[in-house]
Design a protein around this ligand. Structure first.
Ligand code: HEC
Length: 222
């Protein structure tokens, strides 16, 4: 190959990779919910997973009625964007058909959240962080870490559901998970851990940095 060709190809690769990076940047920023509406990742998915994806129900393994409600695409199949009353997801809850006998009913608050999300267009909003990542962080457990956990994890990791045995509304439980490396391993999507939040995009790098800072500063309950 002549030098001219090598240079041309190098230039081409540069242009292509620059475009890809640019697109990636765009995707992640448009994913955040700047309108302050209902957030799919932190508001909707935990409600649906908690109430509908139990063993034997709408999870990837059992797929009751062919439905897997642990992903956006799966939930979307039962939703008519902008029209809650025409959405199967809302209809079966309102009629009392779902969850079936023997399972706790969905709370009014949760039903309102699902209804509002559909009315707002049933968007796949991820990483709806309100954290100000530009400010120099003065990280504390109560002011920084608890709000992140409440937004990103608590839907599935409270005493009520305690997925994987972790109730992150308890400091000692957060500490246990941090100390066995599963907390960071999961949120950083490291190989030997189940990626968290479950079936959703990574939490923002700013949130991960705050958590790492809190750990480096001694994991204090402050
Ligand atoms: C929508 C529900 C949901 C949300 C939100 C969620 N988790 Fe989980 N989490 C699960 C489920 C379900 C499992 C069990 C997964 C499995 O075993 O396949 C799990 C397992 C875990 C585990 C054990 C993973 C392992 O490989 O040992 C950790 C640690 C964890 N979650 C941390 C978190 C953290 C931290 C957050 C918030 C950033 C979070 N989770 C948000 C549902 C959720």
């Amino acid at each position: 190959m002549s030098n001219k060709w090598v240079i041309l190809m190098g230039f081409f690769i540069l242009v292509v990779s620059a475009c890809t990076n640019d697109q990636l940047g765009l995707t992640s920023s448009s994913g955040s919910d700047s309108t302050g509406g209902v957030c799919f990742q932190s508001d909707v998915l935990p409600i649906v997973v908690n109430n509908c994806a139990n063993a034997g129900c709408h999870n990837p393994k059992d797929r009751e009625e062919g439905l897997d409600y642990t992903t956006y695409a799966g939930i979307k199949k039962s939703v008519k964007s902008g029209n809650p009353s025409k959405s199967e997801l809302i209809k079966v809850i309102r009629s009392g058909e779902m969850p079936p006998r023997g399972y706790p009913a969905i709370s009014q608050t949760d039903l309102s959240t699902l209804t509002a999300w559909i009315a707002e267009g049933a968007l796949n909003t991820q990483d709806c962080s309100a954290l100000d990542c530009t400010s120099a962080a003065n990280v504390s457990y109560s002011q920084t870490i608890v709000p992140i956990i409440k937004k990103q994890c608590i839907g599935c990791h409270t005493a009520r559901l305690s997925e994987a045995g972790y109730s992150y509304d308890i400091y000692a439980e957060v500490l246990r998970s941090v100390n066995n490396n599963s907390f960071l391993g999961s949120i950083k999507h490291q190989a030997s851990f189940v990626p968290m939040p479950y079936n959703a995009g990574k939490i923002s790098s700013c949130e991960i940095t705050f958590i790492e800072t809190w750990i480096a500063e001694g994991k204090k309950n402050n």
